[in-house]
Design a protein around this ligand. Structure first.
Ligand SMILES: Cc1cc2nc3c(=O)[nH]c(=O)nc-3n(C[C@H](O)[C@H](O)[C@H](O)COP(=O)(O)OP(=O)(O)OC[C@H]3O[C@@H](n4cnc5c(N)ncnc54)[C@H](O)[C@@H]3O)c2cc1C
Length: 457
């Protein structure tokens, strides 16, 4: 960690996601001379030393992209910044000090205090859960690369369980996959995983695609609001055509004892419950002295400063940024990558303007629509007023995200993977045992293997 005291201007960036990475990158480019002369330094604090390109998580779960290629090394991209692996646990902006918990804290119990001059708060969001019986024990989210790969392994392990038992109740539970939440994350994850499992079934002598039950549960009367009502309806029809049950106006009420109970009265055993029913701002925001709106996001100005507070800035999922392009007053920009990426660039520029006493820029971006993948060669899009379905939408999804994923290196690797996957067959191996690397040795050494039993969450 950087030694104190110091004489240069320190910009502290909390979070190494979309906003954290792109803001630090902009600052690194625009303050190059000051960094070289040690007049400025940029410190990025992130729990992981990498940025996760979340739109690629469904393809990582399907095995179309390797986990390593869904993440971008912060140390490599932000070579002129200082990367601290850790988490901000509280921020006292009045004293310009952040308290950090780092991997060393786990060893010695001591947190670190880091002072700063300018603060960028971008910890993103976390899954918005409800106190549903069994959810904490058996559910899994879909926001991190660990969850995406864990889910891929889990689905393949359920197929192994079903294939190796004569117990019909266990087989049914293993082959029932429930996804709660019909937004981007839920629909894309379900679409990609169902497609992968359908393909994998051809290598099982006793598991057929029609033996599996894939269910999407959505509380409202539509899915994928990001692509508009018409494309949302098309997606429902398309999923149902694939034998996926789409249950609209339905809520999950319980999944205790691995029995799913829905608000429409349905009750069935299921060993997989994926929770993608929305996000809420990161709870660390409540451990700051900065103003929050009613939904827990940081109150920001259109110039991306925290409202009424000097030297504090925010953007992305954690920030309530007024949408100056909206017709109705009081609207905020939606929590998505499209805004996060563009806000980060304006945010980086505005910090430089503020340091140089120049006028600040206003963030203005009109939402241009979205693309979503529903499995290999299947997709839906509504972009710049144009609506696309099936293969063209899927192709557009790939082209768009390939152009967006950071670094040329990542783009080349992802493209190479897609080309190879097109030439050869898909990978259908579950490597769930990677999550318990000591199990084999513990058994050999006479101990009891630790970790979860195969295929359980
Ligand atoms: C599966 C999935 C698919 C998606 N697909 C799309 C899409 O196709 N199009 C689209 O526009 N959007 C999509 N999104 C949404 C998009 O990824 C987010 O809106 C975007 O990542 C928000 O950027 P952010 O920087 O605010 O947060 P994040 O990118 O989530 O970054 C937050 C970072 O802060 C770190 N952090 C958290 N707490 C702390 C702490 N206490 N201290 C330090 N660091 C902390 C986190 O570890 C993380 O690295 C998708 C999201 C998911 C989950």
């Amino acid at each position: 960690m950087a030694p104190e005291p110091r004489t240069c201007v320190r910009v502290l960036v909390i979070g190494g996601g979309y906003v954290g990475l792109y803001t630090a990158l902009r600052l690194q480019q625009r303050l190059k001379a000051e960094i070289r002369k040690r007049e400025a330094e940029i410190v990025v604090v992130s729990p992981e030393p990498y940025m996760t390109y979340q739109p690629f998580l469904p393809e990582a779960a399907a095995g179309a992209i390797s986990p390593r290629h869904v993440v971008v090394s912060l140390r490599r991209v932000l070579a002129d910044c200082q990367i601290v692996v850790g988490e901000a646990t509280s921020i006292d902006h009045a004293r310009r000090t952040a308290t950090l918990s780092t991997p060393a804290t786990e060893e010695n119990g001591r947190t670190e205090q880091l002072s700063y001059d300018e603060l960028v708060l971008a910890p993103g969001s976390v899954s918005r859960t409800l106190p549903i019986p069994g959810l904490a024990e058996h559910g899994i989210g879909f926001k991190t690369v660990e969850e995406a790969i864990g889910l891929r392994n889990h689905v393949l392990e359920q197929m192994d369980i079903a294939s190796s038992t004569r117990d019909p109740a266990l087989r049914d539970a293993a082959l029932t996959f429930v996804f709660v939440g019909g937004g981007f994350a839920g629909v894309e994850a379900l679409g990609e995983l169902e497609d992968m499992a359908r393909y994998a079934a051809r290598y099982y002598h006793n598991v057929k695609p029609e033996d599996m039950k894939w269910i999407l549960v959505e509380a409202s009367d539509r899915i994928l609001p990001e692509v508009g009502a018409e494309m949302g309806r098309y997606t429902v029809t398309e999923l149902r055509r694939r034998n996926i049950e789409v249950r609209l106006k339905t809520r999950l009420e319980s999944c205790a004892d691995r029995t799913v109970v829905l608000s429409d009265g349905a009750r069935f055993p299921a060993r997989t419950v994926v929770w993608t029913a929305g996000v809420k701002p990161h709870p660390v925001l409540a451990a700051t002295d900065l103003p929050l709106n009613g939904r827990g996001r940081l109150r920001c100005t259109p110039r991306l400063g925290v409202d009424g507070v000097a030297h504090a800035w925010a953007a992305g999922d954690a920030a309530a940024v007024p949408d100056v392009t909206a017709k109705e007053p009081g609207r905020e920009t939606a929590p998505n990558a499209q805004h996060a990426l563009r806000q980060a660039r304006v945010l980086g520029d505005n910090i430089v303007h503020a340091l140089r006493d120049e006028p600040l820029e206003t963030y203005a971006h009109k939402y241009v629509g979205s693309v979503a993948s529903l499995g290999l060669h299947k997709g839906v899009a509504h972009v710049y007023g144009r609506k696309l379905k099936g293969y063209p939408a899927w192709f557009m999804h790939r082209v768009y995200h390939l152009s967006r994923v950071p670094t040329f290196n990542r783009k080349a690797r992802v493209l190479a993977e897609w080309i190879l996957a097109g030439l050869f067959t898909r990978e259908i191996v579950s490597l769930g045992s990677l999550e318990h690397p000591r199990a084999e040795f513990e058994l050999a050494a006479g101990g009891k293997a630790s970790g979860d039993p195969k295929g359980s969450f």
